[in-house]
Design a protein around this ligand. Structure first.
Ligand SMILES: [Zn+2]
Length: 77
């Protein structure tokens, strides 16, 4: 076991990776494996879960505004 191993440092790196991919996840631009990895991380990481939820709400709000002229394209809630 390396004495310099720091689980928190690893955790922070996973958070950075997850957060970097969150916008892609919300836009549906992520491949299935990456999307699953971000979702899995957000499931056990409260910070990332909250960030993902906020991001979803923000993007969803923006989309709703964008979709206003074309309500036909709006997905069922
Ligand atoms: Zn995290």
């Amino acid at each position: 076991m390396s004495p310099t191993f720091n689980p928190m440092k690893l955790h922070h790196r996973r958070c950075r990776e997850a957060r970097a991919q969150m916008s892609g996840l919300i836009d549906g631009e992520l491949d299935q494996g990456s999307a699953a990895a971000v979702a899995r991380h957000a499931r056990w990481c409260p910070n990332c879960r909250r960030m993902l939820r906020n991001l979803r709400r923000t993007v969803g709000g923006l989309r709703e505004l964008d979709d206003e002229p074309t309500p036909v394209d709006r997905p069922p809630a």
